[in-house]
Design a protein around this ligand. Structure first.
Ligand SMILES: Nc1ncnc2c1ncn2[C@@H]1O[C@H](COP(=O)(O)OP(=O)(O)O)[C@@H](O)[C@H]1O
Ligand SMILES: [Mg+2]
Length: 322
């Protein structure tokens, strides 16, 4: 590219780029581009909104005023709230809104707090938080191909290598959480998002928790958890990174089975007993033995015998045809 357009503050809220060049090649300082037009003159005009340009610093750097973003159509409704597609400074965004009532403000803000710590290429990126009198809005990057679950259901022709690639990216994102002592507790295909070029990012930190500094387990007295994705110890309220590893094994099978629900034909109420008797989901037909072996290692009854996400990532990477 090498386009070193210099900027000068023009009249009102315009920047003038004193150089020829295609608009898409212009190097734009800051990320608050609103619109870009190629003028008939020898410069490119970029409309700026100056008050937004001021760098947000310190504590308030995540705060977004309500008028800075639009909410267009609804794209998802999970257990805890609604998700909309919208726009902020010309960029497409996703906005998650607390339902109110069912979930306390404190819990919803805790989700955003965790997301602030999750800056990694395979974790969905928080862009900001907006609070008004009634609601809280969590603003994140928009992932154009939606949830992995929907993606797998519609992309029937996905190659094995692409499936392993998606699983490897999830393991990579989870390895980051592992290193930050964050347990996710809701890892499932519905909570992984797919962007362009089969980029996969772990999302939905609604149940995620930071582990206490003195122990590797988060104990929960709450009753709501995703039965078919939860490790046996989770039924007793014990959650660790190793219970996320268990869920990861379930996700790999979801991928290989093109988004089919885990343990088809088995009711939630029967799962724990089945698992305790040693039952595990069988190998999907198209699943290489090596991959299934990795999955089975995630489903060791003893959590300490399950692999780390870091090693799962290495294992999956080594299986990819590069
Ligand atoms: N950043 C995003 N980009 C695209 N789709 C999203 C995004 N965030 C959420 N969604 C959609 O909304 C659904 C629910 O979002 P999620 O964060 O899992 O909420 P909940 O806590 O209610 O389950 C997802 O399964 C996905 O389809
Ligand atoms: Mg969800």
């Amino acid at each position: 590219m090498g386009n070193t357009a210099s900027t000068t503050k023009g009249a009102d809220d315009f920047y003038e780029f004193k150089e020829w060049g295609k608009p898409e090649l212009a190097i734009v300082p800051g990320d608050l581009l609103v619109s870009l037009t190629y003028s008939p003159y020898e410069y490119i005009v970029i409309k700026k909104e100056f008050e937004k340009k001021a760098p947000r610093g310190g504590e308030n750097k995540w705060d977004i005023p309500r008028e800075e973003f639009s909410m267009d159509q609804i794209i998802g409704a999970g257990n805890f709230g609604k998700v909309y597609k919208g726009k902020m400074n010309g960029k497409v965004i996703a906005i998650k809104i607390s339902k109110g009532g069912q979930m306390s403000t404190k819990e919803f803000l805790a989700e955003a707090e965790i997301m602030k710590k999750c800056q990694h290429e395979n974790l969905v990126e928080l862009l900001g938080i907006c609070t008004d009198q009634k609601q809280i809005f969590i603003i994140s990057e928009f992932m154009s191909n939606g949830s992995l679950l929907d993606y797998m259901k519609t992309k029937k022709s996905l190659q094995l290598d692409a499936m392993i690639g998606i699983a490897a990216q999830i393991a990579n994102g989870m390895a980051f959480l592992e290193s930050k002592r964050i347990v996710h507790r809701d890892l499932a295909a519905r909570n992984v998002l797919i962007g362009k070029d089969k980029i996969a990012k772990v999302a939905d930190f609604g149940l995620a928790r930071l582990l206490p500094s003195d122990q590797n387990v988060y104990t929960s007295r709450g009753s709501g958890f995703p039965i078919k994705w939860t490790a046996p110890e989770g039924f007793r309220g014990e959650f660790t990174t190793k219970s996320d590893v268990w869920s990861f094994g379930i996700v790999v099978i979801e991928i290989m089975n093109k988004g089919r629900e885990p343990y088809p034909g088995i009711a939630n109420g029967e799962i724990l007993q089945k698992l305790e008797s040693g039952y595990r989901q069988p190998k999907p037909e198209n699943c290489p033995q090596e991959l299934y072996d990795a999955v089975i290692s995630c489903w060791q009854e003893n959590p300490t015998r399950r692999p780390s996400f870091a090693s799962l990532y290495a294992t999956l990477r080594s299986m990819q045809i590069v």
